[in-house]
Design a protein around this ligand. Sequence first.
Ligand code: NAG
Ligand code: NAG
Ligand code: NAG
Length: 356
Amino acid sequence: MPLSLAFVTISAFIAAHTVSALPQATSTSSTLPTATSVVKGLNYLARNAGKLYFGTATDNSELNDTTYTGIMDNYLHFGQLTPENSMKWDATEPEPGVFTFAAGDVIANLAKSYGMYLRGHNCVWYEQLPDWVTVNNYNATGLTAVVENHVSTLVGHYADAWDVINEPLNDNGTFREDVFYNTLGTEYIPIALKAARAADPNAKLYINDYNIEYVGTKSTALQNLIKELQADGVPIDGVGMESHFIVGEVPTTLVENFQAYADLGLEFAITELDIRMELPETAALLEQQKTDFYTVVNACLSVSACKGVTVWDWTDKYSWIPSTFPGYGAACPWDANFVRKPAFDGIAIAFEGGSI
Ligand SMILES: *[C@@H]1O[C@H](CO)[C@@H](O)[C@H](O)[C@H]1NC(C)=O
Ligand SMILES: *[C@@H]1O[C@H](CO)[C@@H](O)[C@H](O)[C@H]1NC(C)=O
Ligand SMILES: *[C@@H]1O[C@H](CO)[C@@H](O)[C@H](O)[C@H]1NC(C)=O
């Protein structure tokens, strides 16, 4: 599907739906501060600021929660979706050559029905990989065929943008030694990207990773990889800056680093933003988190090659943080009771061009 057809305009959306400004939070279970801004929605503000979207990751297991979907299924709030799990390799090709799209299609159809941009996530990653990819001990010829078939089937089925390569680098900038690298060396990257381009010439092809959001060894290594790909004529359109940050520790070199990718002729996106804090939540931490979300969104606004901002789920109710980083949480702009936090204001103020 051509990109342009995937979108409704905001004016068309408003004409077709009765909308009112997001109300100020009216109830909260504690004395912690909440958001105060009265806006039509963060995607509305992102579009007005010239970005393609403000979006969120979501997962199939969350979609039976009608309070959750009641807020999310609204183009004014979210203009883009990323499936957290249902397009990963274990979910889509559990046995060699046997593809299951049922769960992924639920998210894709949800995005389509609301005119939201869809980020496919992901094609080639060392985690959530079914055992057969590793235990079958494919030689280089065999694994090349496996990668090509997986990538072309996925990318040919879904549209818009794809994290074709996910997390290929170690933090010290070397290549991660997974089954793909150990069998094919760095060649698995062009193999996957070329298969993706052949399957859908219109999809934006990304490499997505973390700790590349700021100036440093890992970001330099990724830029060097991209220069090699470009020199070899390998299709690469963009870089996904995951952006799983910690309150009070947002990197100070975001803009400088983002500009370096833009200077390579690439687009990029904030793909998995959340900003976790050490629990318990306090008013001071929530205020710092507001500043931190503002800083990240403002960095995207500072570089035109930044296409949009995606949070890694929008409510603390479904955040991956507490189970992955024990003792940490409260990383999202809405709390677990769907009350908007000061972080929401930080995002809104940045998109509105204000300062805090
Ligand atoms: C939604 O389904 C999941 C299982 O997929 C279940 O754990 C959860 O309790 C359900 N939530 C609601 C609100 O029904
Ligand atoms: C790779 O594996 C396939 C299937 O097992 C085999 O037919 C082929 O000869 C192998 N190629 C090399 C170069 O070893
Ligand atoms: C880089 O990090 C990886 C993963 O932690 C490690 O295996 C490798 O030895 C490191 N390489 C160098 C040169 O430090």
